[in-house]
Design a protein around this ligand. Sequence first.
Ligand SMILES: Cc1cc2nc3c(=O)[nH]c(=O)nc-3n(C[C@H](O)[C@H](O)[C@H](O)COP(=O)(O)OP(=O)(O)OC[C@H]3O[C@@H](n4cnc5c(N)ncnc54)[C@H](O)[C@@H]3O)c2cc1C
Length: 435
Amino acid sequence: MPLGSTALPFIVIGGGVAGLVVARDLAIAGERVVLVEATDRLGGQVRRHRLAGLDLDAGAEAYAARNPSVPELARELGLAGELVSPNPAGSWLFTAESDAYPLPATSLLGIPAVIDEQLERVLGAQATARVAADAELPAELGADAVTLGELVRVRMGEAVVDRLVAPVTTGVHSAHPDALPLDRVAPGLLAALAREGSLAAAVRTLRDQAPAGSAVGGIRGGMARLVDELERELARLSVDVRVGAPAEDVTPTSIRVGAERLLGTVVVAAPGVLAPASIRPATVVTLIVERPELAAAPRGSGVLVAPGAPVTARALTHQSAKWDWLAHAAAGLDVLRLSYEHPVPTDTARGDATTLLGVTIRPRDIVESAVVEWQRSAIEASAAHPQVGEAASGTGLASVVQHARATARRLLAVGGTREDDVRLKREKGSTTNDD
Ligand SMILES: Cc1cc2nc3c(=O)[nH]c(=O)nc-3n(C[C@H](O)[C@H](O)[C@H](O)COP(=O)(O)OP(=O)(O)OC[C@H]3O[C@@H](n4cnc5c(N)ncnc54)[C@H](O)[C@@H]3O)c2cc1C
């Protein structure tokens, strides 16, 4: 029986993708849903800005294709024809010695699956021989590793952690491999190691099992279109969406928004609500550049930066080389996006782009620029509340969407009994200033 008509609503705190997705799934099942968002707009870390007449993603600009959750959601939202793959040229690596190489094509999070000349160019002969030793080591070695760094170090040596995996994880997850739990960033890798006997073979099988095509995907026009469509759906489903409405005094069954107390089953989709959030800052500098030499995409779709390299940026995405739709829209301009831990002046980004791309970009080549600061939350799951979003699922849209939908299914499965309702109604009777 749909509970919507009689039961108290679900109250979703946070209007990022996680909150929007969980609210949508609950509403589709007939539940009443209230969603409160602290800021004046929905989308959280997915939003657009406009530079040089181009609509660009200011935050997330792609999704990992390691699970089908984002393309599935996009299809449900009518965006099937808008899913796109990036330029297959792939990313490059910029080393501490200021060398630039294409990243090994067959790899997972930078862990090489194949030993070839390209790998030897990046690592040198000795470290490549250490990678080869992985095939001879007992399968149990590394079986108890907790972090990605631990596993790669023990199987393939320090150089692979430093020169290949760290640049990928700092660029993608903003974290060193030693800070990344294996079960979050590479689920199935330890099981594959046990089956296959070596890390390289484990990576090969996981790569083979992954959906065909590119490791990431995008949406023509930018990932922010996902938020536009989710917002439209919530309106259609009559979800009570309130922006500029920060939730306070949060309990499992109630929140306060301004002077109003709302009762219902609280689903937390915002960091820092349950406990002081451990927040990592991040800054993205976008440069719109007029420099014909960049049209040749000198470093593929972008550059990942190894620790010790003489730039401040952690990564550079050559967005107009990565996405055809953007190259088309940019009509001869180039769009570069550089990631930093802390805010930097545009001129630092210009210098870093020159170093990383090997093409001099002069101040007069910059048509427009933007520096956007973000706060990203580390994992801080709580058992007491249903919780979705990157604090519970790990960072990235693929994890966030998959986890939010699984959580909605779980809430709906237990919702039939809604034992909380009895307690809630009692609580409601004793509350004076509610609805
Ligand atoms: C620069 C950047 C680039 C990224 N690139 C990619 C990428 O290419 N691919 C990818 O998959 N992922 C990427 N990510 C990560 C991805 O964007 C996030 O993992 C994802 O969007 C998180 O969604 P969320 O809903 O969990 O959290 P958020 O988007 O952070 O949403 C949380 C929401 O809760 C609101 N909120 C907070 N407190 C309260 C309160 N008390 N009451 C009400 N509301 C509250 C916030 O205002 C916010 O809107 C990127 C992130 C950044 C910052």
